[in-house]
Design a protein around this ligand. Structure first.
Ligand code: PEP
Ligand code: MG
Length: 316
């Protein structure tokens, strides 16, 4: 099977009815650009930057160390776009294992952008490093876990300040497109607010499922209730894609749902044309795309989303 899949490595990801689909890689460190390119990913849709921050106690990475890592990923993709997500520590990604249980509900606490906004000097250091890496290739800047208008304003202000700081020292940096993760139900429901402020959106289904269903994604005792096919989850995903398409804004899915071959047809039917996943999943998803006719999937996908029992319709 793996050999069969490797034969479609250089085949463009286009459906039977001629719809082009962007297949991007999720990476966790610069060296992952090698497996990404080996399956012909057309870019990095999610570069998780947590590896720079986790497991090193109180010693956070400085601007230079971060810049080198981001630049390595950008150069590793040889001109293809790289979406760098600002740090998402807390909850399932503890900064330091010893602090893991300091809070009762870490998934609802100070994680991701909330932590970044609570540590503005740290956040600006990361923003400067990313802006500098953007001088070496196409960089998209992605912000995790946003929910509030005030957070959007703060991010924009800190980004402007980071540019001023670079200007003041005459540093070289490049342009970035600014994107938001849609992974909190509030953000999916208020997606229009996000469309006003961002160049692109990326749906983080892992957290969107966690927060929509109130299921801690790392709690095994409730893992059986973690259901990507819950109608509420599908409705939020469908609405987000539909709003983006209506406004002509790029949208992608970068959670596990994007790399799940049983979900490919549904996401295509809902209008998704950009998927970001672990490199090992790209060819299997591409195979689904090559066999799909989106014209035949549209009505079915709407019926699945509207159903009380989506799972029962998935094989129709
Ligand atoms: C997600 O939540 O779907 C996502 C892509 O981010 P992470 O898994 O890193 O939280
Ligand atoms: Mg997430």
């Amino acid at each position: 099977e793996r050999e069969r899949l490797s034969r479609i490595k250089n085949t463009p990801a286009v459906t039977l009815d001629g719809e082009r689909v962007e297949l991007l890689a999720n990476i966790e460190q610069p060296a992952d650009t090698v497996p990404a390119l080996s399956v012909s990913a057309v870019g990095v849709g999610l570069f998780r930057t947590e590896f720079l921050f986790m497991g090193r106690g109180a010693r956070l990475p400085d601007e230079e160390e971060q810049y080198e890592a981001y630049r390595a990923a950008v150069e590793g993709m040889h001109g293809l776009p790289v979406t760098i997500r600002t740090v998402d520590v807390g909850a399932d990604k503890p900064l330091d294992r010893s602090t893991r249980d300091d809070h009762l509900n870490p998934a609802l606490g100070l994680r991701a952008i909330r932590w970044s906004l609570a540590e503005p000097a740290m956040f600006q250091t990361q923003l400067r490093a990313i802006l500098r890496a953007a001088a070496h290739g196409k960089v998209n800047l992605l912000i995790p876990m946003l929910a509030h208008a005030s957070e959007i304003q703060q991010v924009k202000a800190l980004l402007a300040k980071a540019r001023e700081q670079l200007d003041a020292r005459g540093a070289v940096y490049g342009p970035v497109r600014l994107g938001a993760m849609i992974e909190v139900p509030a953000a999916a429901l208020a997606v229009r607010m996000f469309l006003k402020h961002f160049d692109f959106l990326s749906i983080g289904t892992n957290d969107l499922i966690q927060y929509t269903l109130a299921i801690d994604r790392v709690d095994e005792t409730v893992a059986h209730l973690y259901d990507p096919l819950h109608p509420a989850v599908l409705q939020l995903v469908a609405q987000t894609i539909a709003e983006c398409r209506a406004q002509g804004k790029p949208v992608s899915v970068c959670g596990e749902m994007a790399g799940d071959v049983t979900m490919t047809r549904l996401l295509l039917g809902l209008g998704l044309r950009s998927f970001s996943m672990h490199p090992t999943q790209i060819l299997a998803v591409k195979q689904q795309i090559l066999r799909a006719d989106t014209r035949k999937l549209r009505a079915w996908a709407q019926a699945v989303v509207a159903s009380d029992d989506p799972a029962a319709l998935m094989n129709d």
